[in-house]
Design a binder for this molecule. Structure first.
Ligand code: GLY
Length: 360
């Protein structure tokens, strides 16, 4: 990655941790070290970013913002494209199901100017949970609806129910079920007591995903908004809710500062209030990339269960983190190389690599 002075960043982040804990200013810790500077951190102006599967999201969001739409409507319509795509097995129609073969979807959305949020979790049979979450935001005094209540709420607004399990996703689920026990979410004694082989990827020929789509957009004036949508962890225990519908975990917006989102292992993001912490780091003066790396480091430092660590003590899973400042600066980081993000900077869209905390 160009312009990344990782050693300096990590030194700064270490200083940051102590500094923040002591109530000091994060910026002063960074002043002593060269800042981590990425091209996106220097961008200003209208902008939309998304997870790596969201290039069509940022294109749509930018098109709508240019036409005068509220960024909150723009990001939701952006992720709707991915939810409608049966070939994206991480979200909406075609998303991988839970361990019983049922697709359960989570989504959240947040509108900067009103600081309102809406979310749904474990909703079944509705392919566009982000649109339902936006209706919770706009039409109710609540934030989070779950399960059957969320489904009935959607039906009342005219959403159709349908089978979301596509033939391809069913085939993957049947293959997983026939091989389960090595790679399920129930911990046996050995997994709890001894370092286990990394569970994620134990059966690499079967699609396995924490996959998710996140999209944020700013008009660089008075409105930054964001949404995150997912089918969650594949083969999850029914009823499991990930980070995506949890405001402050898989998505967060502060209209005075910016927006953040996450994809990857939701449990790690929830336990570290990932998106909220990214936005708070930006409020204290970190660039978007630095803010994402600081939270990636926090997740790594707090991954303490042996079954979740590799032989070098690093997390054996990945998380990608995305940040968009209200003025249009943007950045992304991940734990391990491989994470990507999409951006439309007002000129064109492209997919870029997230800055990894750890080298390959
Ligand atoms: N990040 C998506 C999930 O864990 O459900």
């Amino acid at each position: 990655m160009p312009n990344v002075d990782r050693r300096s960043f990590l030194l700064a982040a270490g200083g940051l941790t102590g500094c923040v804990a002591a109530g000091g200013a994060a910026a002063s810790a960074l002043d002593a070290q060269p800042a981590t500077v990425q091209t996106g951190d220097q961008h200003r102006g209208v902008c939309s970013i998304a997870s790596g599967n969201g290039r069509r999201c940022v294109d749509k969001a930018m098109e709508m913002i240019r036409a005068g739409a509220d960024p909150v409507d723009a990001v939701v319509e952006g992720v709707t494209i991915i939810e409608d795509d049966p070939d994206d097995m991480s979200v909406g129609l075609g998303g991988l199901p839970n361990e019983e073969g049922v697709v359960q979807l989570d989504a959240s959305v947040m509108h900067g100017p009103t600081h309102k949020a809406g979310a749904v979790a474990c909703i079944e049979g509705i392919r566009n949970p982000a649109r339902v979450a936006l209706l919770v935001l706009k039409r109710t005094d609540h934030i989070l609806l779950v399960g059957e209540g969320a489904r009935r709420f959607a039906l009342s607004y005219g959403f159709n129910t349908e089978e979301l399990l596509t033939p391809r996703a069913r085939e993957a689920w049947l293959k997983w079920r026939a091989n389960r026990s090595l790679d399920d979410d129930w911990l046996n004694d050995e997994e709890m007591d001894f370092p286990a082989e990394p569970r994620l990827g134990a059966m690499r020929d079967i699609p396995f995903t924490y996959g998710t789509v996140h999209c944020a957009a700013t008009n660089a004036r008075d409105n930054i908004s964001a949404t995150t949508s997912t089918s969650g962890l594949s083969w999850k225990i029914p009823g499991r809710v990930g980070d995506s519908p949890i405001v402050g975990a898989g998505m967060y917006v502060d209209n005075d500062v910016g927006a953040a989102g996450a994809t990857g292992r939701g449990e790690a993001v929830i336990a570290n209030c990932g998106s909220f912490n990214i936005v708070e780091h930006m409020a204290r003066g970190l660039t978007p990339t630095e803010a994402c790396l600081a939270v990636a480091k926090r997740i790594a430092d707090r991954t303490r269960e042996k079954r979740l660590r590799d032989e070098r003590g690093r997390p054996n899973f990945n998380v990608s983190l995305y940040a968009l400042r209200k003025d249009g600066a943007y950045g992304a980081a991940c734990l391990h190389p491989g994470g990507t993000f999409a951006v439309h900077d007002g000129t064109s869209s492209r997919v870029l690599r997230c800055v990894p905390l750890f080298e390959a």
